[in-house]
Ligand binder design. Structure first.
Ligand code: TAP
Length: 524
């Protein structure tokens, strides 16, 4: 019922190898990973399975490129190359969107929206920072200085070789988001896509080859997390890991990074609360809460998957969200009109179905959904549980699927208790108009970001720092903050001369005698 374009067919049928030092080469294991369309379980293609030896080769290439041709390219030219890459992504917009749908299962319109609104926009945004990596000029007054203050400076230098490990839920966007700031800052990179969705990164690799970015600056190693991902995190030649995925794997990455004390930026999971107050504009809050949960079938780190509704508006809200959940058209993302895709894999579907079973066992009331859908593909219906107690597992554990537990509360203190009953999430969504209550929520909760009366949220804004707190992450993405953490700040101090008598004026009498001899010999 849908067609795959000739260009995408040709790409899928091609030999997918690893991009190392600007060349496509086979993995040293010669093993392959099969890639399936999650909507119909058909084999799409196979990619090479990179292992530790391939990671080592890719890191070696990235290290060589870091101090080679790439280091001589000006920041203006780096910006130009990233802009060229964004142009090429836009020129291949329809092919890339189609690949993203086949690989991940998301509806075509969503793939198109995310590439346009998020992918290339952020790439161009980071390109625009490349030539603004300014250090500081700092007047310093060394003790004993005879020529006034020294105008000392700092310079921002690339942090080095970056290892990027990404999940399957928005594969193309995550590839772009990892490449953008690292390359803009002058780093080189080894990218490890998720084993379930490696295809768009490989297509991107072909565009990178055409962008003028020198060989070895971007290396792409497809492979399994426990082998390729682990080897990348442990590798002593990697200076920083930028990771998006589960909290569990995030912890493994921190452990693996200890060997050479890599810098680590982690965007992890969470069970993000959505709170609707009685004075909320329900025309916004109802579709907002439905989209917050069901966007990408709930497989989204920012998904609002715990809904807390004031008891006065509870019935209206759940009726509205039920209507929206039942209006989704489930099916293959390439069939026009379908707006609700499959889960990524059989394992993920089984996990979600088991949580639906847990919800029923816990005594929650199934308002809608609750079943898998169709006879092929990993579809699960949008599912809503009402009469949920905040302590139930479905209200506390991250399901990473289209399951929305709805809990009622009577007053703001109860709402705060519900929000805070789970460790700090990536995002918090708030619908309501009372300014005191807004302040109360902000002052008495903690999360990576907050979105008020909207669900598009802080994640979509290129200028806003995005990331988690506590178990939902370390460090920030997007914005200047997400860019500057790919640089080291190096202080350069220039001697401006000093005199002992001036220096000794600054030392208090009891210490003078004891340090005079040492200083004289050191500063002769
Ligand atoms: P993970 O299992 O954490 O996988 C993420 C990436 O890490 C994949 O490339 C995976 O490789 C790799 N990996 C697995 N084990 C590894 C190891 N020992 N060392 C290094 N890398 C390893 O997450 P997932 O299943 O893709 O996504 C689901 C979870 O990610 C959810 O909990 C969700 O909340 C979170 N998530 C968070 C965000 C943000 S923005 N915070 C975004 C998306 C997802 P393979 O897949 O190839 O094995």
């Amino acid at each position: 019922q849908f067609t795959i374009s000739d260009e995408v067919k040709e790409f899928l049928n091609s030999n997918h190898q690893l991009l190392i030092n600007g060349e496509w080469m086979p993995s040293s294991s010669n093993e392959k990973i099969e890639v399936f369309d999650p909507a119909n379980e058909q084999l799409l293609t196979e990619v090479d399975s990179g292992n530790a030896a391939d990671i080592d080769a890719a890191v070696g290439a990235a290290r060589k490129a870091l101090t080679g041709e790439w280091s001589k390219i000006t920041s203006h030219d780096r910006a130009r190359m990233l802009d060229r890459l964004a142009d090429d992504i836009e020129a291949n917009f329809s092919v890339l969107s189609e690949i993203e749908v086949l690989d991940n299962g998301m509806p075509l319109e969503l793939a198109q929206y995310s590439i346009a609104s998020h992918g290339t926009t952020l790439l161009r945004y980071f390109a625009s920072w490349a030539n603004k990596l300014h250090g500081q000029t700092i007047p310093v007054s060394p003790a004993g200085a005879i020529n006034g203050e020294s105008l000392t400076y700092t310079r921002k230098e690339p942090i080095g070789v970056v290892g990027a490990i990404i999940p399957w839920n928005s594969p193309l966007i995550f590839s772009i988001l990892k490449l953008g700031p690292a390359l803009a800052a002058g780093c080189t990179i080894v990218l490890k896509p998720a084993e379930l969705t490696p295809i768009s990164a490989l297509f991107l690799g072909k565009l990178i080859q055409k962008s003028g970015i020198p060989p070895g600056v971007v290396n792409i190693v497809t492979g399994y997390g426990e082998t390729a991902g682990q080897a990348l995190s442990e590798h002593p030649g990697v200076d920083k890991i930028t990771f998006t995925g589960s909290t569990e794997v995030g912890k493994k990455i921190v452990e693996a990074s200890i060997g050479n004390l890599k810098k680590v930026t982690l965007e992890l999971g969470g069970k993000n609360p959505v709170v609707i107050f009685p004075d909320a504009d329900l025309e916004k809050a109802i579709p907002g809460a439905a989209r917050a949960c069901f966007f990408l079938q709930g497989q989204n780190c920012m998904a609002g998957t715990r809904l807390f509704v004031h008891e006065d508006i509870y019935q209206v809200v759940i009726a509205g969200i039920k209507e929206m959940a039942e209006a989704f058209t489930i099916g293959h993302g390439l069939i026009p009109g379908n707006d609700f895709g499959p889960l990524i894999s059989k394992t993920q579907k089984e996990r979600v179905m088991s949580y639906i079973g847990i919800g029923l066992e816990e005594g929650a009331e199934l308002l809608t959904g609750g079943n898998s859908y169709g006879d092929q593909g990993h579809f699960v219906q949008p599912t809503i549980f009402s009469n949920v107690d905040g302590g139930m597992r479905i209200a506390k554990e991250e399901i990473f699927g289209p399951v929305l537990p709805v809990v009622t509360y009577e007053n703001i203190n109860e709402a705060l208790d519900l929000i805070n009953s789970k460790d700090r999430p990536l995002g918090l969504y708030y619908f309501g108009s009372n300014k005191d209550e807004q302040a109360n929520i902000l002052n008495n909760t903690s999360s990576g970001g907050v979105t008020i009366n909207n669900v598009v949220g802080h994640i979509q804004q290129k200028d806003l720092p995005f990331g988690g707190v506590g178990p939902s992450g370390i460090g920030r993405y997007h914005s200047y903050d997400g860019f500057k953490n790919f640089s080291n700040q190096r202080a350069v101090f220039k001697d401006i001369g000093f005199r002992f008598d001036k220096l000794f004026e600054t030392i208090r009498p009891p210490y003078k005698g004891s340090i005079e001899k040492v200083l004289k010999s050191l500063l002769k």
